[in-house]
Design a protein around this ligand. Sequence first.
Ligand code: SF4
Length: 368
Amino acid sequence: MSDHKHHSKLAPSSFPGLQQCAYFRSGGGTADTSKGTELHGYVEDLYIGKIQPSDIQENDRYNCVWAAGRVENLVALYPPDGDVVVEPDLELLDSDGKQVTFGHSDFLWKSGEIVVVPDLKGCLDFNPEAHYYDPQFACYALMSMQLHDVDRAFCPEINIKPQKQRDFWFTYDEAAAIVQGVVEKVGSEDKRHQVCFSCKFCARLLTCPAINKMHQAIATLCSFGALDPEVINDLLSDKPKPLNVSRVYTFSKLMKKWAENVQAKAKELAESGMDLPFYEPFQRAGRQSISNNDEAFERCTMLDASEFQSAVSVSISKLGEVYSAKSGMSKKAAQKEIVGVLDELVVRGSSSTQLKFVADKIGGGGEE
Ligand code: SF4
């Protein structure tokens, strides 16, 4: 592969991260990145005939042969007007001809009124759907369209390991809108840190204020020691320590609150039209109830009065509300009066144990 100069920010490969968080900075390579680069090299060298399949270790050979074959297929489907350029140097210019960014796609050629810009991805996790490269492709597409003065670009994403191709098409205006959005976000005066899927690739991860804030919140939750595996194991043992039970219970209450908020927000977003991966919104029908008990009893001729009564319950709290609205009394007073009037007709369901928080209660093994 050729040796290219590098930028500190606005590299096309950083566009997916920058679209989410204007402070994103590529964190450099990992073992997976090096493997991906190696696979890229094999496919490009196979395509230009510099190496043979037998030069590639068996574990990668057929994936690379497939990927090079994909490029050949694309060349056959979209015949090049000139050469197929491997790793072309590209640059993006603003309306004044000033360079905004530069980079290189893996292949590029012009075919009639379009440019074809295939890009290779190692996809070592075999899951193309888990990756998001659209803004990077938009940037390659825009630079390629500027170079060849066309206004449509075809950007096939060739995923080497899973042998899967995903296709992206851009008009000039579409690509420009995506790229401009990223460039303006990065240059904005009031940009902010946005925790996102790119954080794990970000060079600022350790010092990022947004991440640190999140860590503090998690640390607060964990300070109960509730996530300690020993505590969980103790809870499940024959003789759990009371303090451990309290810790886990406190943590579960916080998590319940958190989970309820997350679920409510996700449902709200889905209702407002957001398409959530893995989830489909559906309407659950409301609970059925009877609007007129007397009328219902008349119609249920197969049941006697006590059988019908056993299925009917009137909520004291609801009755209190109705009585309060009619009498002008407070709800509490209305409920008390209703309970007095109904006297022995008021029955209670079976009781259940609840726990209430008492900050200064230490007993029961509360000290370690
Ligand atoms: S770690 Fe911080 S700066 Fe980096 S992408 Fe995440 S939120 Fe942005």
